[in-house]
Design a protein around this ligand. Structure first.
Ligand SMILES: Cc1ncc(COP(=O)(O)O)c(C=O)c1O
Length: 309
């Protein structure tokens, strides 16, 4: 899961060497978690390198800055352009792209002074599957976390903010300590929410269930892609509140995220999903997702942003 460093990083409009991309120990975000970010993937496709749902990711990033009222020096268009530059200059054919917007050196008062701008870093590098390459085929073992997700009107779950990942750290590290691959959290009311870095989907009797955004889930771009792609498959879709014990009784479960992609779950709290039988529909959805890059299904949504290398 280590990342493969590249040569250059984009920092506030300048292209600098990876080694020179350093920030002050007095960075506000380091002390108070005041950052928002995006993880985006660039894939090798039948038409060359493509950034998957680039504009949707940058829109979500700007929504995160809007929620936290971060003032920005750069437009959405300029950031999109900068991502192309950083992929080109690092000569990457495929990549994981990380964009971080944070409050920099503005003093240590919690409320930043007037007339500051948030800093932006854009990096791109190779990063293998977040839950390990075997996970896509073999599935992962999960547990319900003892930690609940953030409650509505505390820390906003619609923003992809650095501070949210303290909750993710508790959920994920508890699972690893107990010998599982990933933790799944319930929301503050006890309904199923999501994994530490992934949305969750459940299949029961040819119905695809996923929790609504009101269950404190991140509005995942992969989640939205799966909801759209499965319209090609004979499945009903239901966004509904999900009880914990329902997870023990379903046919298939999978998790989705940019870093993890589409990962089957083989057990939860030690209970095998569908007695460990084949995960036919999950496999079909994984394939449909990859067909976008092989050209077997048409990109009718305009999700692929082509890179001119
Ligand atoms: C908490 C959380 N939920 C869901 C997701 C999935 O979102 P996406 O598919 O946009 O990567 C992520 C990953 O970014 C995440 O961190």
């Amino acid at each position: 899961m280590s990342i493969k460093k590249t040569n250059f990083i984009w920092l506030n409009g300048d292209i600098i060497k990876w080694e020179d991309a350093k920030i002050s120990v007095m960075t506000h975000a380091l002390h108070y978690g005041t950052s928002v970010f995006e993880g985006i993937r660039c894939y090798k496709s039948y038409k060359g390198s493509v950034i998957f749902r680039h504009e949707n990711h940058i829109n979500r990033l700007y929504n995160s800055t809007k929620i936290y009222r971060f003032p920005l020096k750069f437009t959405i268009k300029e950031v999109i352009n900068a991502v192309h530059i950083i992929i080109n200059i690092n000569k990457l054919k495929e990549a994981y792209i990380r964009i971080l917007i944070f409050i920099g050196v503005v003093g240590l008062g919690i409320n930043p002074p007037k007339n500051y701008y948030a800093d932006i870093i854009i990096s791109a590098f190779l990063w293998e599957n977040y839950l390990g390459n075997n996970a896509k085929n073999n599935g992962i073992r999960t547990m319900i976390s003892t930690w609940n997700k953030i409650k509505p009107n505390t820390i906003p779950s619609l923003a992809k903010a650095g501070g949210n990942y303290l909750s993710s750290l508790l959920i994920s590290s508890e699972a690893r300590r107990n010998g599982y691959d990933e933790g799944i959290a319930l929301d503050s009311l006890g309904f199923v929410s999501e994994g530490s870095g992934e949305n969750i989907f459940i299949i029961k009797n040819k119905i695809l269930f996923t929790p609504p955004l009101t269950s404190s889930v991140l509005p995942g771009i992969t989640r939205d892609s799966v909801l759209k792609i499965t319209k090609n498959i004979n499945l009903k879709i239901k966004e509904s509140l999900i009880l914990r014990e329902f997870l023990y009784l379903v046919d298939e479960i999978f998790l989705t995220g940019t870093a993890a992609e589409i990962i089957p779950v083989c057990s939860i709290d030690g209970i095998l999903i569908n007695n460990g039988k084949r995960r036919k529909i999950t496999k079909k959805i994984q394939k449909e997702f990859l067909y976008l890059f092989t050209g077997k299904i048409q990109d009718k949504w305009n999700w692929l942003d082509h890179i001119n290398l």
